[in-house]
Design a protein around this ligand. Sequence first.
Ligand SMILES: NC(=O)C1=CN([C@@H]2O[C@H](COP(=O)(O)OP(=O)(O)OC[C@H]3O[C@@H](n4cnc5c(N)ncnc54)[C@H](OP(=O)(O)O)[C@@H]3O)[C@@H](O)[C@H]2O)[C@@H](O)CC1
Ligand SMILES: Nc1ncnc2c1ncn2[C@@H]1O[C@H](COP(=O)(O)OP(=O)(O)O)[C@@H](O)[C@H]1O
Ligand SMILES: [K+]
Length: 514
Amino acid sequence: MKVVKSYEMKEIDRYTIEEIGIPGIVLMENAAMSVVSETIQLLKESNNVVICCGIGNNGGDGFAIGRILSCNNVKVSIIIIGDSSKIKGDAKINYDIARQLNIDIHEFYDDKQIDEFKNIVNDCDVIYDAIFGTGLCREITGKYLEAIKIINRANAYRIAIDIPSGVNSDDGQILGDSVCADKTVTFCLPKVGLLLYPGANYVGDLVVTDIGIPNISVERINSHTTIMDDNLARYFIPNRVKMSHKGSYGKVLVIAGTSKMSGAAVLTSLSAYRTGAGLVKTFIEESVSSVVTTKVPEAVVETYSRADINISNEDKEKLLEMLGWADTIAIGPGLGNDNITREILEIVISNFNKTIVVDADGINALSKDKEILNNRKCEVIITPHLGEMSRLIDYDIGEITNNTIKVAVELSKNYKITCVLKSARTIISSPNGMVNINIYGNSGMATAGSGDVLTGIIVSLLGQGLNASDAAILGVYIHSKAGDKAKDDKGEHGLIANDIICNIPYVIKSSLNE
Ligand SMILES: NC(=O)C1=CN([C@@H]2O[C@H](COP(=O)(O)OP(=O)(O)OC[C@H]3O[C@@H](n4cnc5c(N)ncnc54)[C@H](OP(=O)(O)O)[C@@H]3O)[C@@H](O)[C@H]2O)[C@@H](O)CC1
Ligand SMILES: Nc1ncnc2c1ncn2[C@@H]1O[C@H](COP(=O)(O)OP(=O)(O)O)[C@@H](O)[C@H]1O
Ligand SMILES: [K+]
């Protein structure tokens, strides 16, 4: 599904109204009706509903919602925040209708009305927030800020219209403060700001409604941003065919684990199998290879020595032979931050001619020498968390956190690689500028080894024939849905990486409706 920024949504509206000829007032009516149909059940127990309206079209939606609810015998009060004499266009039409119907309308224009505003808001049990929508364009101050704070303190259920007032629809930043909604009803398509943190914290349950905008208005918008949803996932999952054998589903080479972190090799190899890989070979330091043979008996284990500071000629030969065997490679989890890791990475990148996933210590090696990336034969997916990204591009973590999409896109374009920037809202960016935002997962997944599992899932999908971008997007989806299933079972606190692995098969099975 496409995700849009404010200017893209405005262009969709403009085209629909000006070129197709559906009047704006019709869209506003559809928008209001869709909000009422999504929320009327919530009003059953409610005695007092308050609609806080700004003076733009978001406020216009609010006036129309007020009228529809009032016609359905719901007790409604409308409070206009701002100068009502400035209301114009479609919003003015709905404002005038509300006045004609004698709906209870108040104004919060200056400090003199603040007590009245507080009393009305504190007395209600449901608040519709129609102060600002996609037109919010600067820091919120004065009475608007005051109003948002009062709304958030009220003991009421809060429903945001299109977007919580205060969230920047383009990047999820909070412009001063924002209404903290229990539910957000957004129109036509999700806005980027609803999905990224911190904005996502203010959204509550998100519902996207159809307001009668034709597909053609949406299709002509060249949005670069998408989300993977449950319906779409099944079309990405690689097929299994009856006439097949283990070689049909990918020969996956996992280069991971050292004596300090042998478990990383176990997690990555096992995840690759659980995602459907036919054959997984694990290349690991000799002294800890028995950990893999014991914990993943299905894996074929090849060993090398880390006794010296350089990789031996014999081990290099062994590695080159495996590069000829493999369909795809994952390199980095628990591999150690030393010269041998850098050497192995360099050998892989400069000799292998298919697609690889570089994670963890593989990324740390790249941070020290990004030139390795420019001298390559293979396609590369890298999967940094925010700290690894900070080391890789030498930006402050805070700067990366506030600009996840921009930073990932830049890296993808500069090095022509697929970037999976991992966080609570993982961003997947492709060299062609396309971006996918992952909306699933939970804080239980912030646990050691969780990233190793993701690497195993992505490399497995590569082995089964997906291209880099699809493997990264579907891999992140499967990982986070498996994390969500694990959370349903165990909660967030005790969730460990192994629980994510156990749930991979069930996510794939339920996506395929098997
Ligand atoms: N178009 C359509 O077909 C449809 C659109 N729909 C609805 O329209 C919404 C978009 O409406 P919109 O463009 O009128 O913007 P909106 O969010 O109401 O805000 C603009 C007002 O806020 C003001 N303002 C901004 N920032 C401010 C600040 N920090 N502090 C104070 N003031 C600030 C700004 O003032 P100005 O910048 O002019 O001074 C202006 O007065 C959209 O989200 C959806 O709900 C639906 O009905 C479906 C059909
Ligand atoms: N709060 C969260 N919500 C959703 N997903 C999360 C959250 N915290 C971490 N994750 C996910 O868990 C994984 C953690 O990976 P990483 O930091 O590399 O772990 P490790 O290095 O221990 O394997 C990433 O896929 C990340 O997106
Ligand atoms: K709003």
